[in-house]
Design a protein around this ligand. Structure first.
Ligand SMILES: *Cc1c(COP(=O)(O)O)cnc(C)c1O
Length: 353
């Protein structure tokens, strides 16, 4: 607390990201990063861009990246917005669309914990919609009176995905507020809503280079939407930071999009690992939710507590994520590692259980 802070700052409860400790031989399965490096072409493009042109500001619109994304998503560049990680894109979207007086923003009670943080920061009124007993999002229950709707698909931290049919039904009945689908994990087996963007001017889809593109350190995210939504985002962005993406980030992200085979391969490998890890965890009496993400959400065996188990793993240089929250405090979220790391996790679990 400080008397120098603006009044709102006293009220904030900031988001706490998964820890990035410096432990030797750490197996890091706590922040949904990729266990594999980015395409060699990305590294080469960043090296190429590392020259005296860094004295110049980058393109404030990131037009070349937008054009590459437009080709990738089969949309037009006027449907694309790029930002410094999708967290920034989300923050700008909260400012641009969800500061409504008419009704609260709706999101699931168990979801990405940055949403309530943005609500505090931008003074957005919100209402939580409970997941059902299987920890699934039930869009049928979302109230028609709302100042916007946001959820991840697949959801975090459950990993469960909705299909496009449910989403389309929501968009059919909810036309007067923005529906934001956060597709941070969509490339690991869920269906993207990108192709609905042309039909629903109130649909905004966000994606990131941090997970499937193995570039969490580069900070690149993007949004897909109607020109009027993109214009709204641009107005807020250009009132905040003209250059959210630096030259190296623009070069790296563009190069990633040019090596689609490499990334399809990574995703396939991780999907395969997910199925294998699920089987192994089930053998140890974990209850694993069906995941379409690069992590699994698993209920620990009755004989132990999730919090204790997370600590026991940490003591053995294995990090997983535990959320001390009602309804999910018996679960661990485990990011998929390499097959060797996953095996090490299973071996360690057998020792401590
Ligand atoms: C990881 C994640 C993001 C943020 O990703 P960035 O690294 O900021 O691009 C957004 N939403 C969800 C649900 C995530 O898990």
């Amino acid at each position: 607390m400080s008397r120098f802070w603006s009044p709102l700052v006293h009220q904030l409860t900031p988001y706490v990201p998964g820890e990035q400790p410096k432990i030797e031989n750490l197996i890091k399965l706590n922040t949904n990063e990729s266990p594999y490096g980015p395409s060699p072409r990305v590294l080469e493009a960043i090296r190429q861009a590392t020259n005296a042109s860094l004295r110049l500001y980058p393109d404030p619109q990131g037009l070349e990246l937008k054009q590459a994304l437009a080709r990738y998503c089969q949309l037009d560049s006027e449907n694309i917005f790029v930002g410094n990680g999708s967290d920034e894109v989300l923050a700008l979207a909260f400012q641009a669309f969800f500061r409504q007086q008419k009704a609260p923003l709706i999101f699931p009670d168990i979801t990405y914990s940055f949403y309530p943080v943005y609500c505090q920061l931008y003074e957005v009124d919100y209402q939580l919609q409970p997941l059902d007993d299987q920890l699934s999002i039930r869009l049928e229950d979302y109230p028609s009176e709302n100042g916007g709707i946001i959820f991840p698909n697949p959801n975090a931290p459950t990993g469960k995905a909705l299909d496009l049919q449910d989403l389309t039904a929501l968009l059919e009945r909810n036309r007067d507020s923005v529906v934001l689908v956060d597709e941070a994990y969509v490339d690991f087996g869920a269906e993207s809503a990108a192709r609905l963007v042309k039909d629903y001017p109130n649909l905004l889809v966000t994606q990131t280079f941090s997970k499937s593109w193995a570039l969490a350190g580069l900070r690149v995210g993007f949004a897909l939407g109607s020109p009027e939504l993109i214009e709204g985002l641009n107005r807020v962005k250009d009132s905040f930071n003209s250059y959210p993406l630096d030259r190296l980030a623009l070069a790296g992200a563009q190069a990633a999009l040019e090596d689609r085979d490499y990334y399809q391969n990574l995703c396939q490998t991780l999907i395969q690992s997910r199925e294998e890890l699920t089987v192994e965890l089930e053998k140890l009496d974990f209850e694993v939710l069906p995941s379409k993400a690069n992590f699994v959400f698993a209920r620990v065996p009755e004989t132990t507590s999730a919090q204790q188990l997370a600590q026991q793993l940490r003591d053995r240089a294995l990090l997983v994520r535990y959320f001390n929250k009602p309804r999910i405090d018996k679960y661990l979220r485990i990011t998929l590692g390499t097959p060797e790391q996953n095996q090490q996790l299973i071996t360690t679990l057998k020792q401590v259980l």
